[in-house]
Design a protein around this ligand. Structure first.
Ligand SMILES: Nc1ncnc2c1ncn2[C@@H]1O[C@H](COP(=O)(O)OP(=O)(O)O)[C@@H](O)[C@H]1O
Ligand SMILES: CCCC(=O)OP(=O)(O)O
Length: 354
């Protein structure tokens, strides 16, 4: 029997699951309040805090890291790569640490599983955010030396798309889908016959604003802010990813709390939520266009997909495009664990950045 711990460092949560072969023995979600996260100037500064939460949790459950076969994390940011199961290597950690390809709590996840691997288990990641299946036209930014690139919730996108295909008895590779992940960050991607051919960059000010980050901003105003002398590089990064979106407008990064305030009559919270839904809908329209209108379904997933109110507001704009289906939460933990199991059993290739 293979024993696997999967961890998933989201911007606002840490998810942990323990698997024995394909059986999920337990799974939990530790939420992080804005006040807790506010203490950390950079993502890297969260490492001890997040690691302590994970270790304490495993201790409570009586899980010894040295007894595990593998630890797997939702991956961090590397050079563009093909999807699959990756061993966490020195080169992967180096690229993730450079912040050249993006920076998010998932990058800390790589460091944590690497630390755990020193006690015995092998360390992996699966379908990292920089898994890149973009078509050539999707890469154009208009500035020849800046390329649009893939950086979003690839793991959950693919897993939700495949789950939908399975549920309707079709092959994922035969469908055109627009998948909408609404978590701490929000990503919308065009899935064209099983390839993720275009998506907004979920961490770098692209697409809709989310719980804690900005949308595609008027770039001239951002440039002025950068040169105003009022912000360091780190502060600007933290502004666009951490202190914007719902957090910026109403000082709260938990969409459920903002929703509850809106439904209780808070007009500011209501309008901000409506604006977020409006932007999500616009991005869905963009990806439907990428698919030339041939969309089999719009698939909603992520934590905010639990909300009928949010899904309903977005759907009002887009249901003319294709049927709307909802897969609330995430398939990330299952996908991390089961792909790792397949790799340990020799049924799936183990890739490595060298
Ligand atoms: N029933 C709900 N209604 C509205 N929002 C919800 C609901 N359940 C979860 N959420 C929101 O989903 C977000 C977390 O989504 P999740 O996919 O777990 O994010 P992450 O992995 O980025 O931390 C939170 O903002 C949370 O408030
Ligand atoms: C690369 C995207 C990762 C992301 O945005 O995750 P969260 O929604 O957990 O912040």
């Amino acid at each position: 029997m293979k024993k696997i711990v999967a961890i998933n460092l989201g911007s606002t949560s840490t998810k942990i699951a323990y698997y024995e072969d394909e059986n999920c023995v337990f799974k939990d979600n530790i939420k992080h309040s804005p006040e807790e996260l506010d203490e950390f100037a950079t993502i890297w500064d969260q490492q001890d805090y997040r690691m302590e939460k994970i270790v304490n949790y495993l201790n409570e459950k009586g899980i010894l890291i040295s007894n595990l076969d593998a630890v797997v994390t939702r991956g961090g940011h590397t050079q563009p790569i093909v999807g699959g199961v990756y061993r966490v290597s020195g080169k992967m950690l180096e690229q993730s640490g450079s912040e050249k390809y993006g920076n998010h709590a998932t990058d800390v996840g790589l460091r944590i599983v690497n630390e755990f691997s020193k006690q015995g288990p092998q360390a992996f990641t699966v379908d990292p955010p920089t898994t890149d299946e973009f078509e050539p036209l999707a890469r154009y930014s208009g500035i020849p030396f800046i390329q649009r690139r893939s950086s979003f919730h690839v793991l959950n996108h693919r897993a939700a798309g495949m789950q939908y295909a399975k549920d309707i008895g079709k092959n994922y590779e035969d469908l055109n889908l627009v998948v909408v992940h609404m978590g701490g960050g929000i990503s919308i991607a065009a899935h064209k016959k099983g390839k993720l051919v275009d998506a907004n960059n979920a961490i770098d000010g692209d697409g809709p604003f989310s719980t804690n980050r900005c949308c595609t901003v008027p770039i001239g105003d951002l440039i002025k802010l950068c040169y105003s002398g009022e912000y360091t590089y780190q502060e600007i990064r933290r502004l666009i990813n951490g202190q914007s979106g719902l957090m910026g407008y109403v000082g709260e990064n938990d969409a459920k709390i903002v929703q509850d305030r809106a439904l209780a009559g808070d007009e500011k919270c209501k309008e901000v939520m409506e604006a977020m839904c409006y932007q999500i809908a616009k991005e869905i329209g963009a990806d439907a266009t990428v698919l030339k209108g041939n969309v089999d379904a719009i698939v909603f997933t992520g934590g905010m997909a639990y909300s009928d109110w949010i899904v309903g507001m977005v759907s009002d704009y887009v249901r003319y495009i294709a049927p709307v289906v909802v897969y609330p939460g995430e398939y990330e933990m299952q996908s991390l664990a089961l792909n790792t199991l397949a790799a340990l059993n020799g049924e799936k290739e183990i890739k490595e950045l060298k």
